[in-house]
Design a protein around this ligand. Structure first.
Ligand SMILES: [Zn+2]
Length: 278
């Protein structure tokens, strides 16, 4: 099953299912609420909606990998990106095949898809301003640039799904994804106390590690460390990932990826008991 070079058909099938569902959801939201999520952009050109739609379209591939324990290959990455692009096509095609003109005639009975697309792309109006109250008028040929930008957006979204799969921790002995068992948050007043925790994490003894998890501060803290206990569903070996967050000047925690790490736990250690719900 885990051919690391070939194409995994399960990924393609699952991704195609979520692709159709994503396009349908986009159509439904547009018809009910009047907002086309796909065409939503920031500062006119950042295709936020297209990236989200690309991610939604390819998300089935993520589920398939987790479910079947597939480590995606480069071919899978291409497949996921293509399915994301297909989602964009579906959105336009569903819009075309369901559009009813003012006189009650179905648009698809009077124009072909190419003509429809040209009209949709060039005659679209862009809404700008904070309350979307300023209309720029028809976008004209700039619409094709928007189309290209959105196309790049969905590709990025599809690839992001692949990239997030590559981030998932894998048991190197069994070639399966670790399962998340529990999360424990540790707050530290300042960078000095956080350094003490980091030293304990890296000391290599289970006692120090346990104390790193347990010795959390209280009140207004500048550093947060998130411990996540993972277990291999096959050989049951255990691992804890450490993620660091520091408060910025707006008092929001931001990730400090350089400090992140993971530590394999010896068999039957006391560590899992620290994650038990109290
Ligand atoms: Zn294992």
């Amino acid at each position: 099953m885990n051919n690391r070079n070939g194409l995994h058909i399960q990924i393609v099938i699952f991704a195609l299912i979520t692709s159709v569902l994503t396009a349908l959801a986009n159509l439904l939201v547009e018809n009910i609420v009047g907002i086309n999520v796909f065409s939503f952009g920031l500062w006119l050109i950042i295709p936020v909606g297209a990236v989200l739609i690309g991610m939604g379209g390819a998300s089935g591939g993520f589920l398939a990998c987790r479910y079947f324990n597939i480590m995606p290959s480069k071919l899978d990455a291409i497949a996921l990106t293509l399915v994301a692009a297909f989602t964009m096509f579906l959105i336009y095609y569903m819009g075309y095949s369901t559009l009813v003109l003012d006189d009650g005639v179905l648009a698809k009975d009077v124009v072909d898809f190419g003509t429809y697309l040209d009209v949709v792309v060039t005659k679209a109006h862009m809404k700008v301003g904070r309350a979307l109250n300023h209309d720029t008028g028809e976008v004209g040929s700039f619409g094709y640039w928007l189309l290209v930008i959105r196309f790049v957006g969905v590709l990025i979204g599809g690839f992001a799904i692949f990239a997030s799969l590559k981030e998932l921790p894998v048991c190197s002995d069994c070639d399966v994804y670790f399962k998340k068992i529990g999360v424990k948050e540790n707050l530290q007043p300042n960078s000095d106390t956080a350094q003490t925790i980091l030293d304990k994490i890296r000391s290599g003894t289970v006692e120090d590690y346990a104390s790193a998890i347990e010795s959390t501060g209280k009140g207004d803290c500048d550093v947060k460390i998130e411990f996540t206990l993972m277990r291999c569903p096959k050989c049951r070996s255990e691992m804890v990932t450490e993620e660091f967050f520091v408060k910025n000047k707006d008092k929001n925690f931001v990730a400090v990826k350089e400090l992140n790490g993971k530590t394999l736990m010896p068999k039957d250690s006391i560590i899992p008991s620290l994650f038990a719900k109290k």
